[in-house]
Design a protein around this ligand. Structure first.
Ligand SMILES: Cc1cc2nc3c(=O)[nH]c(=O)nc-3n(C[C@H](O)[C@H](O)[C@H](O)COP(=O)(O)OP(=O)(O)OC[C@H]3O[C@@H](n4cnc5c(N)ncnc54)[C@H](O)[C@@H]3O)c2cc1C
Length: 379
């Protein structure tokens, strides 16, 4: 057994850590306030070959593995979780289904621009009345000649304003009262397709979260992604991979909160001593460090299993659930260690908590993760 990262992983970690510290972190407070999407950062990430990191070089990717993707997502999220979620969704929700289920022609047409960063990747599953119960999809895609005609609404879709196309799920047929759900690639400039970007969010303010409205949107039937009727299965597979990204984001946020808390505890004096001299503070920091270590190990294990071509669904759910819950705990403790200053925006720890909360909700809530794990362990 070997817990060491490879030389390549360490190189990627070093490169992305420097980039995150020098380029991503400095504007994070401002972007949280202004909600400005970090487009310039992503141009640079594209130049660094990060936008198609785990995809084949044949499609403009960098041919790296899932562990590398987890490292990049963690480091970006440590500096700015809005940048982290944009990246994670771009790769694991936008690029991955095209890579897994696309035909050669679809990959050339749609995956290549995702890998080069010309288009952001996005994935339209959730609807106003179909969240955890994603099979409750109401969006329809009716065959008309050579086309699908799509009608419906999607809610909370990451990156869609900056995507040239996205895969979304829709009902393509109803057989014996059962919905047949398929995935279809839809260009975002299609007639009848509106993308609304006006949610007022709790956190991740610089990320793009949108509502999609599709009114008689016509796309050719060749835009079907994977087999007809396999849309439900496909998105379950996609979400398994996405959960590694959410786990990595959570580790990054937790690490940032811990780093701030440790630094502050050594600076702040009360009763003639630094906070770090009080055993109660040391115990808090020890618990935080232990939980981050466990979460990172679990994220890397899930990513490693995926890279070995082995089953990883249970571990992906476990790492997502554990890492997102400890990210909230660690951010909460980091605020506590900062006292009143922690409640103030300039100390950043309050942003970590607001950003971390989404991780217990997106790509399957904590309750859904427990349901998935329970299924895997034979309940
Ligand atoms: C910022 C943000 C970005 C997002 N990005 C995307 C994206 O890019 N693409 C996309 O498709 N979706 C995206 N989502 C949607 C996200 O995946 C859903 O919000 C999530 O799956 C939960 O669905 P819901 O919000 O409808 O909550 P609901 O399903 O209504 O759940 C509400 C509560 O009920 C609980 N619950 C539901 N069913 C059960 C049950 N059977 N047993 C016990 N408890 C249950 C839930 O755990 C939760 O606590 C995003 C959401 C946000 C907020």
């Amino acid at each position: 057994m070997n817990f060491d990262l490879t030389q390549e992983h360490n190189m990627i970690r070093k490169t992305i850590r420097e980039f995150s510290d020098e380029v991503v972190a400095p504007g994070a407070i401002e972007r949280d306030k202004t909600k400005a999407f970090p487009k310039e950062i992503f141009k640079q990430l594209a130049d660094m070959g990060m936008m198609g990191l785990p995809f084949s070089e044949e499609y403009g990717g960098s041919g790296a593995d899932t562990v590398s993707f987890a490292i990049v997502t963690e480091e970006l999220s440590r500096a700015c979780a809005s940048t982290g979620i944009t990246y994670s969704a771009h790769i694991s929700l936008g690029g991955a289904p095209l890579n897994l289920f696309g035909t050669e022609e679809q990959k050339q047409k749609y995956l290549v621009p995702v890998c080069t960063g010309e288009s952001f990747g996005a994935f339209g599953l959730t609807e106003p009345n179909a969240g955890s119960d994603a099979g409750g999809t109401q969006t329809t895609a009716k065959v008309d000649g050579n086309d699908f005609v799509i009608n419906g609404n999607k809610a909370f879709i990451t990156n869609a304003s900056y995507a040239k196309h996205l895969a979304l799920t829709a009902i393509t047929d109803v057989k014996d009262g059962k919905k047949e759900i398929s995935a279809i690639i839809v260009p975002t400039d299609s007639e009848g397709f509106s993308i609304i970007d006006n949610y007022e969010k709790m956190g991740l303010n610089a990320s793009n979260t949108t509502e999609l409205v599709l009114e008689n949107v016509r796309v050719p039937q060749e835009n079907l992604l994977g087999e007809k009727g396999n849309g439900f299965k496909q998105f379950l597979v996609t979400l398994d991979g996405g959960r590694i990204g959410i786990g990595a984001m959570a580790v990054g946020i937790a690490q940032a909160a811990f780093d701030r808390a440790l630094r502050y505890s050594k600076e702040r004096k009360q009763f003639g001593k630094t906070l770090s001299e009080f055993q109660v503070t040391q115990f808090k920091l020890a618990d935080m460090a232990m939980k981050i270590e466990l979460a990172r190990t679990m994220v890397h294990k899930a990513a490693w299993l995926k890279d070995q071509g082995r089953a990883f669904g249970k571990e992906a759910s476990m790492c997502k659930l554990y890492a997102s819950e400890i990210a909230m705990e660690v951010a909460d403790q980091a605020i506590q260690i900062h006292g009143g200053y922690g409640y103030m925006k300039e100390y950043e720890v309050e942003r970590y908590m607001r950003d971390a909360k989404l991780l217990e909700i997106g790509e399957g809530t904590s309750e859904v993760q427990r349901m998935v794990i329970a299924r895997h362990i034979g309940c």
